[in-house]
Design a protein around this ligand. Structure first.
Ligand SMILES: Cc1cc2nc3c(=O)[nH]c(=O)nc-3n(C[C@H](O)[C@H](O)[C@H](O)COP(=O)(O)OP(=O)(O)OC[C@H]3O[C@@H](n4cnc5c(N)ncnc54)[C@H](O)[C@@H]3O)c2cc1C
Length: 299
């Protein structure tokens, strides 16, 4: 069941890497009421950097150590990181609703700091998006009542999504793309340890081409660590696979800002932290202005 948080935050930050953490710190400095949503580990990229020689003031530090410093900084400022992957964002006129598994959050502004994914689209994925291809089980699961669906799982979070879908769908074909060796209690979840090569269908998803065979399905949920930003928020302008922003880190949607690797090259820490700061400060100004305007009596 969907849990709705009635509160409207000043800002919701999606992603807890250097860009998102920096945005959070700067929003807090401006006394904003914020929520910081991060998918499981913050951040795998920073953690993997063996030796960082170009982050000012920390010559030769490892990514792991720098990550510890960043997390300690936000903790000391009383900023909590909610372990929640955001699957979808909707603009509801006055505020935004962010959907994460079974919880809904609301905020007057949004900062996207999701990093980038190296994974490529599957053949058929883009064409059939919204016609059987989905990235959000919570949003689209109810459309598949009694039908057969596949869950293409790139992360462990997909396990819970498959369990949720098994309560609605006919069969759920769980296709892990990472080292999964678990089991499911639900009889209608079938594990398939094969690669998906093509998503087939002219107007709607009909089947998957696996390694040398076809699997008939009505829909496929593709659950990657990073959802492409324009799939998170429809209407978001993209420029060569990155979120298009101006120097104020504003996107084409008023109230939505973006920072870090998701806005383009070079993929670097100092850039992510700097952009996070600009996005945080500008989101704070946006919210203040909006609140002021709503207090003014109409002409
Ligand atoms: C091996 C390696 C070495 C590197 N070395 C250096 C270096 O020496 N110097 C340097 O400057 N840079 C280096 N980098 C690059 C640097 O790590 C990145 O530029 C930086 O981490 C980008 O920060 P970010 O916040 O934009 O994105 P990320 O660090 O990728 O963080 C994004 C976060 O958002 C989360 N997220 C994504 N989608 C969602 C969602 N829908 N809901 C909630 N959370 C979500 C992700 O799980 C992740 O935690 C290196 C990178 C790698 C991989």
């Amino acid at each position: 069941m969907m849990e709705t948080n009635e509160k409207i935050y000043d800002a919701a930050i999606v992603g807890c890497g250097p860009a998102g953490l920096s945005a959070a710190v700067n929003l807090r400095v401006r006394n904003m009421d914020l929520i910081l949503l991060g998918a499981d580990f913050c951040s795998p990229k920073l953690y993997k950097a063996e030796n960082v020689d170009n982050y000012l003031g920390f010559y030769g530090i490892s990514g792991q150590e720098l990550r510890d410093h960043f997390l300690e900084h936000v903790r000391k400022m009383g900023i909590e990181i909610k372990n929640s992957k955001v699957d979808s964002i909707y603009s509801l006129g006055d505020y935004f609703t962010l959907i994460s598994r079974n919880t809904e959050y609301r905020a007057y502004s949004v900062i996207l700091a999701t990093g980038v994914s190296n994974e490529k689209f599957l053949p058929g994925e883009e064409k059939l998006l919204g016609s059987g291809v989905s990235y959000c089980a919570t949003c689209d699961g109810p459309l598949y009542r009694g039908k057969d669906v596949a869950v293409l799982a790139y992360t462990e979070e997909a396990i819970e999504e498959a369990e949720y879908l098994s309560e609605l769908a006919g069969n759920v074909f769980f296709i892990p793309q990472y080292g999964f060796n678990g089991k499911f209690a639900a009889d209608n979840i079938k594990i398939i340890n094969e690669r998906v090569q093509i998503i087939n269908g002219e107007y709607r998803v009909k089947s998957l081409t696996l390694e040398g065979r076809e699997l008939d399905i009505d829909g496929i949920f593709i659950l990657r660590e990073v959802t492409p930003p324009d799939r998170l928020l429809f209407g978001l302008e993209i420029d060569n696979k990155h979120i298009k922003v101006n120097e104020q880190m504003e996107t084409n949607i008023p109230g939505v800002f973006a920072a870090g690797d998701c806005t383009g090259l070079p993929y670097q820490l100092a850039r992510a932290v700097g952009q996070g700061q600009v996005a945080g400060l500008n989101a704070a100004s946006f919210v203040r202005k909006k609140k002021k305007e709503s207090q003014q009596p109409p002409d």
